[in-house]
Design a protein around this ligand. Sequence first.
Ligand code: ZN
Length: 80
Amino acid sequence: MIFTNFREIDKLGRIVISKDIRRHLGIQAGDVLQINTEGDTIVIKKAEKKCIFCNSGDNLREFEGKTICAGCLERLRTLS
Ligand SMILES: [Zn+2]
């Protein structure tokens, strides 16, 4: 499915992502978006959660607003 919207950027550089696109991609308030450029194109996609230490996407847990995988959590437990 292709969505095309025309949105004006405001004075602070913000744009609004339409409700139909947010709903289609499962984007909710508080989600983190990754913004990249490819030539003259801006690519915005929902950031995938990854472990802050090893970038793994498996067995993730949240702690103090950070994401950590079970493997790194276990390694931290054995430090002390
Ligand atoms: Zn990890």
